[in-house]
Ligand binder design. Sequence first.
Ligand SMILES: Nc1ncnc2c1ncn2[C@@H]1O[C@H](COP(=O)(O)OP(=O)(O)OP(=O)(O)O)[C@@H](O)[C@H]1O
Ligand SMILES: [Mg+2]
Length: 184
Amino acid sequence: MDDISLHILDIAQNSLQAGARNLEISIEEDEERDELFITVKDDGRGMTEEEIAMVLDPFYTTKDKKTGLGIPLLAQSAREADGDVSVESMPGKGTVIRARFRLSHIDRKPLGDMASTIRVIIACAPTVDLLFRYTCGGREYRLDTAILRDALGEVPLDYPEVLRMIMDEVSEGLKELRKDCSEG
Ligand SMILES: Nc1ncnc2c1ncn2[C@@H]1O[C@H](COP(=O)(O)OP(=O)(O)OP(=O)(O)O)[C@@H](O)[C@H]1O
Ligand SMILES: [Mg+2]
């Protein structure tokens, strides 16, 4: 996995596969503490304690032919940057995956193309309510597809023109926000 946005895509796909109706992705840069936090929260089917224990193990999967490397690879990337991953989940309630990285660590992967990750998630699950937040330097960028969907009326979120517009808007929004942050 080359960058953090691809890890986020992978973790968010798990949430969609778990039947989430609401998905929250947040990225926080804390320059004072030199930490980067990624949180993916869903209201999908959740996991039992046994499943949580297994999920950090490579090759645990409930899919037929898949490898089950999504979470272990994220954990590995976090460890390489002096960080870690935690999994909090409750059957029938949902799951929260948190990853922490040392922001300035030489081996921390770059964030990558978050706008594309957001576009792919919306294209895969246009009816899921996605809240995406990015905070740094006391400022926040926010995209809320529930609000967007209301504003669009009849036009679906996965309409190609809409997807393009969302991607441009995220891309511009993050560029503006990250000007003064270490990622920018
Ligand atoms: N958000 C989630 N909600 C419910 N179950 C989850 C969630 N995330 C992971 N799991 C469970 O943990 C298993 C392992 O997840 P992981 O992403 O590591 O591999 P995978 O999704 O099975 O395969 P891959 O990511 O390689 O396609 C999943 O098959 C699923 O059963
Ligand atoms: Mg997965």
